[in-house]
Design a protein around this ligand. Structure first.
Ligand code: GDP
Ligand code: MN
Length: 425
């Protein structure tokens, strides 16, 4: 079984990646991320050692949770789906999404400031992410912080384990400035991560004694088991810490899961937190549409990743930039096309809509029906440029012509793109 590798990414995911690779940046995520407190539960199910923790959704719950640690110091951690929380800040001025605290009263006070505020980190962008919960964990002062992650090496087409003895909040700098401090181990799919390999990695990291080395190796194997069995695309533990009392613990976890495996990872996927995702993407997903935000002014409706790329290129060649892409894929009906229009128009930047469909499985007449419906019902005010080719093209053209609506229809992609750029100016 090769769960995480054997899955083919959806065509839209490829569009997203390709667009990113083309530096046109779309902050597109096609993987499910789990909150830290849920990740901790999953790690514990696999027998992985973590500090004891309790989630809380209100300051009062946080206060009660803190009391359960019997007066010992605790850590309060903002639960947002982004890394870099420790060094982040809230939109209300509070510094740091992770605090070491001594009393339940202090916990309540910090929870008041965190819950409902937005945490801004290196990974969230300026808008930040809403913090709707905190996690209270027993403080296990680290003696040393390590880094360990599992992911898929796309070039080798195998899972890989990345580990470093220089873990903590500056791991990105370590990777950039001191790549030798990063140990990469490719994992054999048949054998998985065997005890000997795990032990060798732990040894290289240099724990304080053979007992800690053994604990770390055991954690590595369990992490790989989780990665393999749960269709994870990422298991990142930073820090993996050796506590001052000599225990090896996972103190933070960023877990990602392959969206294409949602049907067989039901208990993982039901923990999705939509408040942490882009609302337009969430809405698009409900209709089987894929939405990608860019920063030009032409709203694009296309079918398929390849055509999205071609559309991006041809608009750029004509001096224009897409505001977004809505990929209707192969199975959309007229209602989904109408929804697609609604979503395209939600962006204030959209000055023109460009429909570029190459009919194959997706029939042009279905698209044309959707376009006409949407134009009428949404009282479309901005120019609409349409290029439809392929299956049921003639029928589609007739539908558009008979509608009497002002729609600029083209056969030629280049002419259509030039028109879209012109009317968007
Ligand atoms: P991130 O900044 O989003 O990666 O958040 P982390 O959970 O990694 O927290 C940042 C830093 O806070 C870590 O590098 C640790 O030094 C510290 N920290 C996190 N969790 C704990 C914990 O349970 N106990 C203690 N003592 N420190 C922690
Ligand atoms: Mn971390």
């Amino acid at each position: 079984m090769i769960p995480a590798l054997n899955t083919f990414r959806s065509r839209a995911a490829m569009t997203g990646r390709a667009l990113r690779a083309g530096n046109t940046f779309a902050s597109q995520k096609r993987f499910l991320s789990l909150h830290e407190y849920l990740s901790m539960d999953l790690l514990n199910k696999y027998g992985v050692n973590t500090p004891k923790s309790i989630p809380a959704k209100t300051p009062e719950e946080a206060f009660e949770a803190a009391k359960k640690f019997g007066g010992k110091p605790v850590v309060i951690k903002a639960q947002v789906l982004a890394g870099g929380r420790g060094k982040g800040h809230f939109d209300n001025g509070l510094k740091g999404g992770v605090h070491l605290v001594k009393t339940p009263e202090e916990v309540r006070d910090l929870a008041k400031q965190m819950i409902g505020a937005k945490l801004i980190t290196k990974q969230t962008g300026a808008a930040g992410r809403e913090c709707n919960a905190v996690m209270i964990a027993e403080a296990r002062p680290p003696k040393k912080e390590y880094y360990v992650a599992l992911l898929n090496d796309r070039v080798k087409q195998l899972p890989a384990m990345i580990a470093s003895s220089e873990g903590g909040t500056s791991i990105e700098e370590v990777a950039a400035e001191n790549p030798d401090a990063i140990i990469t181990t490719t994992i054999d799919l048949e054998k998985g991560l065997d005890a000997q390999t795990a032990q060798q990695i732990a040894h290289k990291l240099g724990f304080s004694g053979p007992e800690q080395e053994k604990q770390a190796a055991d954690i590595f194997q369990k992490l790989y088991k989780l990665f393999d069995e749960r269709d994870a695309t990422q298991v990142e533990i930073n820090p993996l810490a050796e506590s001052q009392d000599g225990e090896v613990l996972c103190m933070d976890a960023k877990l990602g899961f392959d969206d294409n495996a949602d049907f067989r990872q039901i208990d993982v996927f039901k923990q999705r937190d939509l408040t942490q995702e882009d609302p337009i993407e969430v809405e698009a997903g409900k209709y089987g549409l894929n939405f990608i935000k860019l920063d030009g002014n032409i709203g694009c409706l296309v079918n398929g990743a390849g055509l999205a790329m071609a559309t991006l290129d041809v608009l750029s060649l004509n001096g224009g930039q897409p505001a977004n892409f809505l990929d209707v894929g192969g199975g959309a009906n007229a209602a989904a096309v109408k929804k697609a229009f609604e979503l395209l128009l939600q962006s204030k930047d959209v000055r023109a809509i460009f429909v570029n469909i190459f009919g194959g499985i997706m029939r042009c007449d279905v698209i044309a029906d959707g376009i006409v419906q949407a134009t009428k019902e949404l009282d479309l005010k901005i120019p609409l440029v349409v290029r439809l080719q392929g299956t049921k093209e003639q029928e589609a053209k007739k539908i558009i012509k008979d509608s009497g609506l002002k729609i600029a229809a083209f056969d030629d992609l280049d002419q259509a793109a030039a028109k879209a750029v012109e009317v968007a100016k």
